[in-house]
Design a protein around this ligand. Structure first.
Ligand SMILES: Nc1ncnc2c1ncn2[C@@H]1O[C@H](COP(=O)(O)OP(=O)(O)O)[C@@H](O)[C@H]1O
Ligand SMILES: [Mg+2]
Length: 413
């Protein structure tokens, strides 16, 4: 009796320290391992050029390195320019890059204020950004930065900008891309405001930047290609979070994971997902007086099957009609360019319902099954309530390459 209740109390305390498929969040820096010294290198570029492009393959860990490496280092005062504080706007191009940038700047200045206030700001900022290629300076000047403040704009998943070019739906798409890039180039080139720009972009999209000459020059002058983690880095990325989370892992399992990872380009998201599942299995089904080990790892399907098994579990919970909706939703959230590069396509619940010819309620019911706690295939994360305007996205594009069903759907599309 005693052992069981001890074990139950422990279960409550044991928080899963592995994020799974999604990138690490800014508040998870204590769980982030294996990238020592890399943020400092990016910051040196940033200090010199007020711009840094962080490049790497899909799933190489760009977003996580920025959120859990660069931002904390910045807050820690690494960049000395006489101003010690940072306001940070985090944005993604998504389906409307300028609107999303407008919202992120409003948020950076208005965090914590009334929602209406914030929406009104977004609206005004958008108009200012669209009016002139110096729009970002104009917007920031409206707010006024404090004397001791710097401003950082982070555009994560920059490659989303280029899907416009092959979606073909919007006739002035190229002008919009051009304007957005001009906004960014101008804010880096101006000298009055202490504004810094960081982008993360998949390295397979680097060629799409070359038509934009000034932007290409910025990238040439200041980029950081994220290195593949070494075996030792991976060991830290496995064992570090386990100890922070208060768990234990057997040496055999660590060795096996390191050996099985091999050369799969998606090794990082696959490993991360498998660790999340192994931990969960250990907490819920094992005798925790023993460290988590090969038994738990085999139960979740090893690196090879864990992700597909897990996503299929969710799929088989749906009824026939929901399965159809699910297929349409995932097909809409993913896109393959002519050159076979898969890319995400964040879409609102309302649009998804229109495409699937169903109700928003039905779309949300399906999305919930794939984003519940422990099953983070879709975002926003479960604590955010969904409505028709919520932007739904796959948590990582590696899902398109690893989940057997989605692979087929994407090819069919
Ligand atoms: N240092 C790390 N240690 C362990 N897992 C990581 C690390 N960095 C990223 N990951 C995991 O790898 C996957 C891809 O990370 P992400 O930051 O989204 O990469 P990218 O932005 O390059 O696509 C996610 O599952 C994330 O949790
Ligand atoms: Mg990313």
């Amino acid at each position: 009796m005693d052992t069981i209740s001890n074990q139950d109390t422990l279960t409550e305390k044991l928080q899963n320290p592995f994020p799974g498929l999604r990138p690490f969040h800014p508040n998870e820096a204590h769980l982030f391992f294996g990238r020592e010294g890399q943020s400092e290198e990016i910051l040196e570029n940033l200090a010199k050029n007020r711009f840094a492009a962080v490049l790497g393959a899909s799933g190489s860990g760009k977003s996580s390195l920025i959120y859990c490496g660069l931002l904390p280092t910045l807050y820690g005062g690494f960049l000395h320019n006489g101003r010690s504080k940072w306001r940070i706007a985090i944005s993604r191009p998504g389906s409307d890059p300028t609107a999303n940038l407008a919202r992120s700047i409003a948020k950076a200045f208005k965090e914590g204020s009334q929602k209406d206030d914030f929406e009104a700001d977004t609206f005004i900022n958008q108009a200012v950004l669209r009016r002139s290629s110096s729009g970002i300076s104009n917007v920031i000047n409206q707010y006024k930065l404090g004397k001791d403040e710097n401003f950082l704009i982070l555009v994560d998943q920059f490659e989303e900008l280029f899907r416009y070019q092959y979606s073909g739906k919007d006739s002035d798409a190229l002008d919009k891309v051009d304007h957005f890039i001009n906004l960014l180039v101008n804010i880096v080139k101006q000298q009055e405001l202490p504004v810094y720009l960081v982008i993360t972009m998949r390295s397979d999209f680097i060629g799409d930047c070359s038509p934009f000459q000034q932007f290409t020059r910025l990238i040439n002058d200041s980029h950081y290609l994220i290195p593949r983690m070494t075996r030792e880095d991976f060991r830290k990325a496995i064992t570090g979070p386990v100890s922070v989370g208060g768990g234990e892992i057997s040496d055999q399992l660590v060795q096996l994971l390191l050996n099985e990872m091999g050369n799969n380009p998606d090794h990082l998201p696959i490993l991360q997902h498998a660790l999340m599942r192994t931990w969960e299995h250990w907490v819920n089904h094992s005798d925790r007086s023993f460290p988590m080990g090969i038994t738990e790892y085999e139960a979740i399907g090893r690196l090879e099957r864990a992700l597909s098994n897990h996503a299929n579990d969710a799929f088989y919970e749906l009824n026939v009609e929901q399965k159809r909706t699910c297929e349409v939703v995932f097909k809409s959230l993913t896109e393959k360019g002519a050159d076979n590069r898969g890319i995400r396509r964040p879409t609102t619940a309302k649009e998804l319902a229109a495409i699937a010819e169903t109700t928003v309620g039905e779309v949300i019911r399906v999305v919930e099954v794939f984003r519940m706690k422990g099953r983070t295939f879709l975002t926003p994360s479960p604590e955010v309530e969904l409505n028709e305007n919520s932007v739904v996205d796959i948590s990582h594009e590696s899902l398109m390459r690893v989940w057997d069903k989605l692979k087929i759907w994407v090819d069919e599309e």
